[in-house]
Design a binder for this molecule. Structure first.
Ligand SMILES: Cc1cc2nc3c(=O)[nH]c(=O)nc-3n(C[C@H](O)[C@H](O)[C@H](O)COP(=O)(O)OP(=O)(O)OC[C@H]3O[C@@H](n4cnc5c(N)ncnc54)[C@H](O)[C@@H]3O)c2cc1C
Length: 310
């Protein structure tokens, strides 16, 4: 059975690898590839906040962890296990927070007010400048093929099975009113010596801040601007991100700004992960919002089950 996967972001690459490992003949067709996808802009860590509240996302996110644990044993993958500190102003923890690995409550007073409450757990950090090329090379080693091409209609393709992993690009291929852009602005800084190896997130009703140390640099964020797809950097937003993050981590004062970046997430209430109701050989796997890296391996497993059931 030959399979065409449309899209070479984190979702397309992970899905392709899963299918190649199961013995299928896989070709990826994509307009862009690493480092020019939204997946290359992501912070990126296995994120729990949005995940725990929904059963489908929770199942897919936890299903991904076994593969991520394996990858974390291979330093060349760029997957690392790090503590994630989740700070809040009120003592309000998400439901099921106690199911997170190595979870513990943080002592109050560890962070400056208003961040009086928090918990930590062990998460995965996806060092995308390492991880995306690693996946790409792994795919080629497994015999996967890549064609640089924009697909305008699924009817153009001659494959036994097609898998739509086009992220926000799906808007042009399928009628889906649920899919919309979520703008994310971040800053990339140099990594000071002895910078703490922990991810910090701090969230209140109006904004989210995060500090993500990577292997060679540090990412600061962020924004979740729903229904916005403008890619120009907004300096006021950047200034606000910097001030919030510096308060959370004073060691950032030693860091130098390298660049600003904007990425547009494929927002959807839930990812679309199903066979197309009208075209029997088409499977959709898009709309992962702020959780593409978190969910990718779980979604890839689900796609494999669907393909095997055809
Ligand atoms: C600032 C920021 C921070 C983030 N942080 C995190 C995080 O910490 N954790 C996390 O889990 N997620 C995070 N995300 C979300 C994550 O990046 C996305 O969910 C993920 O990138 C979606 O992956 P994708 O493969 O579906 O889409 P993309 O990466 O956009 O890839 C889509 C692919 O499809 C191709 N394509 C589209 N249309 C066509 C077409 N018609 N023909 C051919 N090819 C086509 C594109 O060229 C591209 O290769 C973050 C996102 C941003 C912007």
């Amino acid at each position: 059975m030959n399979i065409s996967i449309i899209g070479a972001g984190i979702i397309g690459l992970s899905t392709a690898i899963k299918l190649l490992e199961a013995g299928f003949d896989v070709t990826i067709l994509s307009k862009s590839t690493t480092p020019n996808t939204t997946s290359d802009i992501a912070a990126a860590y296995w994120a729990a906040s949005d995940l725990l509240a929904d059963e489908q996302k929770r199942t897919l996110g936890f299903a991904a962890r076994a593969r991520l644990l394996e990858l974390a044993q291979t330093p060349e993958s760029g997957i690392r296990q790090l503590p994630l500190l989740v700070l809040s102003q009120a003592d309000h923890k998400p439901d099921l927070w106690e199911t997170l690995p190595d979870v513990r409550e943080l002592p109050s007073g560890q962070f400056a007010p208003p961040w009086n409450h928090g918990f930590s757990f062990t998460t995965f950090q996806f060092d995308v400048p390492t991880y995306m090329p690693f996946l790409y090379q792994h795919l080629e080693k497994l015999g996967g093929k890549f064609v640089s091409r924009e697909v305008k209609k699924f009817e153009e393709l001659d494959a036994d099975v097609m898998i739509n992993c086009t992220g926000l690009g799906a808007k042009a291929l399928v009628a889906d009113d649920d899919l919309y852009p979520i703008r994310g602005q971040i800053m990339r800084l140099s990594r000071p010596d002895d910078f703490p190896e922990q991810i910090i997130t701090a969230e209140d009703a109006s904004q989210v801040s995060y500090i993500v140390p990577r292997i060679k640099d540090v990412i600061l964020g962020g924004t979740y601007q729903h229904h916005r797809d403008d890619e120009a950097v907004d300096q006021k937003t950047a200034d606000a991100i910097w001030e919030r993050c510096l308060t959370l981590e004073p060691a950032l004062s030693q860091a130098k700004l390298l660049e600003h970046r904007v990425g547009i997430r494929p927002g959807r209430p839930l990812p679309r992960l199903e066979r197309d109701p009208h075209q029997a050989n088409l499977i959709h796997n898009y709309g992962h919002g702020s959780l593409g890296h978190t969910l990718a391996w779980g979604c890839a497993e689900r796609v494999l089950e669907i393909v095997k059931s055809l």
